[in-house]
Design a protein around this ligand. Structure first.
Ligand code: GDP
Length: 368
């Protein structure tokens, strides 16, 4: 035993070893990793990687889509353009519901069910609240425990910066990359608050609305517009004591849907009950979702809806670009504050102010 004062006789009974030298607090084997932003690839590297289903490159390309750096944006646009010929070959499904409705639990269960058929699944999200909270919850991997470790799934949270329109555009572009990477089922998740539903509806083939049975007046809290968008309404947590209440809610929804005019697709929206947590009647839900796909592919509406969505996005892109070009114009920025003041003081009308601003903008762009 090595020498230590406490090992002497008077301390008998205690055996204390001499201290060992402390290891360095820095790991000598640690190698500095390349900074994430620096590892940018060429357009063809991205496209090839994505086409081969390389998840790391796909993720990096999505990060470029989400970047506010104009260089990244330009690069992302090139990648998207090159991926476009390989995109479109998927079934895009929007999934919406209020917080607590069971979206993450359901998507976890639904995802596994869909993947049993083979193929690959991407779960994306549009979260309008993420701008404020600076971090998105929707699409978070930790909320989908089983799906997140599945080798054929790709989960990506909502882009967290920008307006709803901007966030929606990024998600739509991400769909294109995912499709080029071979993901043939795409879920787009959103919270049931209204505007974000419209955004999701504008990019999916089927819109699935998750509802809960509650106090007996389920229909009160749900906006008519959202119900009209739904191709299927599914009532979750139909398990245990809740089964009867869920069936009742389903009947109420069915009755309410009867009052709506027939949809353009010719499809009558279905109402089903299920339990995402206990894995009950999941097959029925997905039989319905796939029955819709067969139905609209046969009657041609599948392509009509996609074409309409393309038109919608063309105009959205134009509008967004024009708007940002206008508002980011230096001269406009200062004139805007001035004109605003004059309108508030009643010196000029709002129309005059708008015209002054637009005239200034157009005269500037004409000279270029
Ligand atoms: P989200 O906010 O819409 O994503 O909802 P979550 O998936 O986080 O679910 C909210 C809560 O409802 C959680 O405590 C879940 O365990 C519970 N839950 C989800 N699905 C079911 C279900 O089918 N049955 C029951 N009884 N509870 C469920």
């Amino acid at each position: 035993m090595s020498h230590h004062p406490e090992n002497e006789n008077q301390y008998k009974g205690l055996a204390v070893n001499a201290g060992v030298p402390q290891p360095s607090s820095v790991n000598p084997n640690y190698k500095k990793r390349k900074r994430r932003g620096k590892s940018i690839h060429t357009v063809s590297e991205y496209v090839e990687g994505i086409r081969k289903g390389n998840v790391a490159l796909l993720s990096k390309a999505v990060t470029l889509i989400e970047s506010v750096n104009p260089k990244h944006y330009a690069l992302a646009q090139e990648v998207i353009e090159k991926c476009l010929p390989y995109a479109g070959n998927s079934y895009r499904i929007g999934i919406s519901g209020v917080p607590g409705a069971g979206k993450s639990t359901s998507i976890d269960t639904f995802g596994l069910h869909v993947l049993e058929r083979g193929g690959k699944l991407a779960v994306l999200a549009i979260d309008p609240s993420s701008e404020r909270s600076k971090g998105s919850i929707l699409g978070d991997k930790t909320r989908m425990e089983r799906l997140s470790v599945h080798p054929r799934s790709f989960i990506r949270p909502s882009p967290s910066e920008g307006s709803l329109g901007g966030v929606a555009r990024k998600t739509r572009e991400t769909i294109i990359l995912c499709e080029a990477a071979g993901y043939d089922t795409i879920f787009v998740e959103t919270v049931g608050v209204g505007q974000s539903e419209t955004a999701v509806h504008s990019m999916v083939d089927f819109f699935l609305l998750i509802q809960l049975a509650g106090t007996g007046d389920e229909l009160q809290g749900i906006k008519r517009g959202i119900m009209e968008m739904a191709d299927g309404i599914i009532i979750n947590k139909a398990d245990g004591d809740n089964i009867q209440k869920s069936e009742l809610a389903a009947t109420q929804f069915r009755n309410a849907l009867h009052l709506f005019p027939p949809s353009d697709s010719g499809w009558t929206p279905k109402v089903l009950t299920y339990s995402g947590f206990y894995n009950l009647r999941i097959k029925e839900v997905w039989d319905m979702v796939f029955a819709y796909q067969d139905f609209v592919k046969a009657n041609g509406y599948f392509d009509i809806r996609r074409n309409e969505q393309n038109m919608f996005w063309m105009y959205e892109t134009i509008n967004e670009k024009l708007r940002s070009h206008f508002y980011n114009n230096m001269e406009i920025e200062s004139l805007l504050a001035e004109q605003e003041k004059e309108v508030k003081q009643g010196k000029i009308t709002c129309f005059q102010a708008a015209n002054n601003l637009l005239d200034t903008y157009f005269s500037q762009t004409h000279h270029r």
